[in-house]
Unconditional design. Structure first.
Length: 441
């Protein structure tokens, strides 16, 4: 399978260029404290793109943001260019104008309407309903038609919902909902939307918007968070959990709480620490909930926050007048990191890390990367964490002479004061001899 969108001849030239380009990059093994052997898969073709996922064990010893990672060909001791990907995911949406027609309601059965995109051949895959209704959950069927007469089903199990709690006080209200419906990409001009509403009041539909949406889901690396302590505070009606990830460095941006309990809604605070002594806030007041009720079934037990590389986390669950939650476990996760580089069949490579004085590399593969196909690449593994024998600590900067010889400062200051005093005395005498004698009255 070709790996280059511009064709096979350019593929060979591009990968060869990457291989040649590394010859100009300087690498000194003595500046990197650790490495792991790169284990290439068998049957690899010459100059193939491969994928390397840094293991969690790399992060505690690497620089922040993996800025010190280097892929090095062992024999030549030259860097191999790579692209570091952070799999955050992406959602692309292009809006398409649609006119709403034929709104109707059958009591105790359904609400339906038609959307006219007003032209054919436009690719679309998502619609979003606008409503002012609150606290509902409805099933939705979407059908498509070229001419508005013959209809075929595009989506049978669509679902929209809203769950809102209105409470007085700052940050006390809570609302979660989703009125988007995704369906297989289509070019039909007409969409018929049927909202199932058996024995319920109809929700208010104020309008609808059609989109062509592409969803690239994020990829994550997960690791267990050990609950090292749990404390119940009856005075504040709070549960405090201290979590340990085992090591620092891994960039975490989500905690997921596992519990069998249902029908609860709790506010939570999250703090982080490098030593489990000094804590700093991580995110604003978040919410976890799980409901299994006639009018709403749903849950969200995840806590999201900006990525941080801390080892310890303290979770404060605000119970108010409710019983504490029974928490089975907590899992931490962060976005998957991938290194994409070109490897030579039979080559010997190492992944180096542990250099606090270097910066992230800047390679030409950054400009080439948009034209590469990087799905389903051969995966390479990593060998054991190894200390670099040639590693040498960088020399400490030499202290100023005054810090190296502090005992000299007092006598030098004293001598300088005597010299300045003698100079001023001599200057005063010379000035007096130059002045005219005082006049006698």
């Amino acid at each position: 399978m070709p790996l280059f969108k511009l064709g096979f001849p350019l593929l060979a030239a591009a990968l060869a260029a990457l291989t040649v380009a590394v010859l100009s990059a300087d690498f000194s093994e003595s500046a990197w404290r650790y490495y792991r052997p790169v284990l290439l898969p068998s049957g690899l073709a010459d100059d193939s793109l491969v994928e390397l996922v840094p293991e969690v064990g790399v992060f505690p010893f690497a620089a922040l943001g993996l800025a010190d990672l280097r892929v090095v060909e062992v024999v030549s001791q030259r860097e191999t260019q790579f692209k570091l990907l952070v799999e955050r995911g992406e959602h692309r949406r292009a809006s398409i104008t649609a006119k709403m027609l034929d709104m109707s309601y059958k009591a105790g059965e359904s609400t339906s309407f038609v959307l006219d995109l007003e032209k054919e051949g436009v690719l679309h895959s998502e619609l979003e309903l606008r409503t002012t209704s609150r606290n509902f959950q409805r099933d939705v069927v979407v059908e498509g038609s070229i001419d508005g007469l013959d209809w075929r089903v595009l989506k049978t199990d669509g679902r929209i919902f809203d769950f809102t709690i209105d409470e007085a006080g700052e940050d006390q209200g809570f609302s979660v909902g989703d009125t988007r419906i995704n369906y297989p990409a289509s070019t039909v001009r007409y969409l018929k939307v049927t909202i199932d509403e058996p024995e319920q009041d109809p929700i208010v539909i104020d309008g609808a918007q059609v989109f062509f949406a592409q969803q690239f889901a994020p990829k994550r690396t997960s690791l267990p968070a050990e609950i090292v302590s749990r404390e119940e505070d009856p005075e504040q009606n709070q549960t405090l959990l201290v979590l340990d990830l085992g090591s620092p460095g891994f960039p975490v941006n989500q905690l997921f709480i596992a519990t069998e309990q249902e029908n609860f809604h709790r506010r939570v605070n999250l703090e982080a620490s490098s030593d489990s002594v000094n804590w700093r806030p991580v995110s604003k007041l978040a919410t976890i909930f799980s409901f299994n009720a006639p009018l709403f079934v749903g849950s969200d037990l995840s806590i999201n926050f900006p990525e941080i590389p801390s080892r310890y986390y303290r979770l404060t669950i605000i119970n108010q007048d409710n019983s504490p939650l029974s928490i089975r476990s907590v899992e931490a996760s962060g976005y998957l990191r991938r290194l994409i580089f070109s490897a030579r069949s039979g080559g010997d490579y190492r992944l180096y890390y542990g250099n606090s004085t270097t910066r992230a590399p800047s390679y030409e593969i950054e400009q080439l990367f948009p034209y590469l196909i990087t799905d389903d690449l051969p995966a390479v593994a990593l060998g054991p964490h190894t200390a670099t024998p040639e590693f040498a600590l960088p020399p400490e900067p030499q202290k100023p002479f005054t810090e190296r010889q502090p005992w000299l400062i007092p006598p030098v200051v004293g001598i300088a004061a005597l010299v300045i005093g003698a100079f001023l005395t001599s200057l005063l005498r010379q000035v007096r001899t130059m002045l005219p004698p005082p006049e006698n009255d």
